[in-house]
Design a protein around this ligand. Sequence first.
Ligand code: CMC
Length: 429
Amino acid sequence: MGETAKIILNGQEYEFPVIEGTEKEKAIDISALRATTSYITLDNGFGNTGATKSAITFLNGEKAILRYRGIPIEQICEHSTFIETSYLLIYGELPTKSELEKFEAPFEKYYKLHPDMLNCFAGYPQAGHPMGLLSSMMCSLSGYYPELLKPSLSDDEFEETAAELLAKVNTISACTFKKMQGQDFVEPKEGYSYIENFLHMMFSTREKEYECNETIVAALRKLFILHADHEQNCSTSSVRLVGSSWANLFASISAGVSALWGPLHGGANQKVVEMLEEIQASGGDIDKFIARAKDKNDTYRLMGFGHRVYKNYDPRATIIKKDCERIFDTLGVTDPLLDIALKLEAKVLRDDYFVERKLYPNVDFYSGLIYKAIGIPTVMFPVLFAIGRMPGWIAHWKEMKENPESRIGRPRQIYTGSTERDYVPIDQR
Ligand code: CMC
């Protein structure tokens, strides 16, 4: 027998197997704990709980390592496209030329929205947050593909759904922007790459066609790749949890979008820029904001700092920060918020409170500034995160469905409410 862990409860010893991943990280397998001891574990926020084995993404928070299917994120960012990265995440291997062509071929067809979907957009308030609209629209896709809602999809059906989702999130995201602007939707353009099409559908108007700029296309390619997966984060866990009930892929993805929306997760990129704007409006008093974030009686947090897993610089932030300064230079953009961000980061990295808690800039700290430089409004930032995260969600849903060990996700609890008491009629309360 390999390594084991012993738990002693009321003098009795119980032994549990230790399992080891391919990168030597270890876990005590307590799947038999309740059945053998009648105890459960309690782990607030699941900080110590492995919900699954997964072969998709490896990250080491202490060493700032991030790899998709074993390949370092730095190499993927350097050489790959977003669609190729999506294939890698979903199917586990880099595609051959013909596999990639086959994967990408239906995208042009799938970019197009069913005409009835336009009615769904029409009924949504123009001032509504685009993430609400995106989540609803991703789920509403289920209405258009009733044949793809069964619990198990064939390989071809899965491939169709995956391509459909990747293409549709592009179009739907651009349409949420047009809706916000009160502008007509723009049709996708044949021959355009995934990112060119997104920019075209976002920024072209009836009067004027948007001219894609190489620097902007390259910046979005990298940002989408950097956001493509991050193992068992809040939104991916939501997708897996919803999917574990055999809910279809559209519904599961829609739950992922909703989870991502929160400011502690994918909504942070929007909140970072709003925070920098607030600092600017207050006359640039960075210390005041740092003091608030450290104050135990204030729930305020510095957005874009800290991470559940990274206890060192987020490797995605390292890449984005370098790019941010270069993109500003190439586009000839100046933004006083970049200066505030650099000063804020420098102060935080020297401040004992943040040093002791290992709070470094995360992926969201500089990404918003790039989106802003490209001309994307702040409220749309989480939507761009969702486009990037789509292949990761799809890959995890697929992995979960194919795992014979998968069971419906159903955590337990320690009940802390009233013990048994009698119902009191309303006139006696
Ligand atoms: N500003 C000030 N204090 C912070 C921050 C912050 N941004 N983040 C954590 N802390 C403190 C926290 O108050 C706690 O202090 P203490 O030990 O004295 O109680 C300690 O650091 C540990 O924090 P935690 O809340 O237990 O950590 P967590 O792992 O549960 O939360 C986090 C991780 C990312 C939600 C959190 O760091 C945070 O709220 N950051 C700001 C929001 C943000 O930037 N989110 C984007 C994350 S990256 C994108 C993604 O993949 O989701």
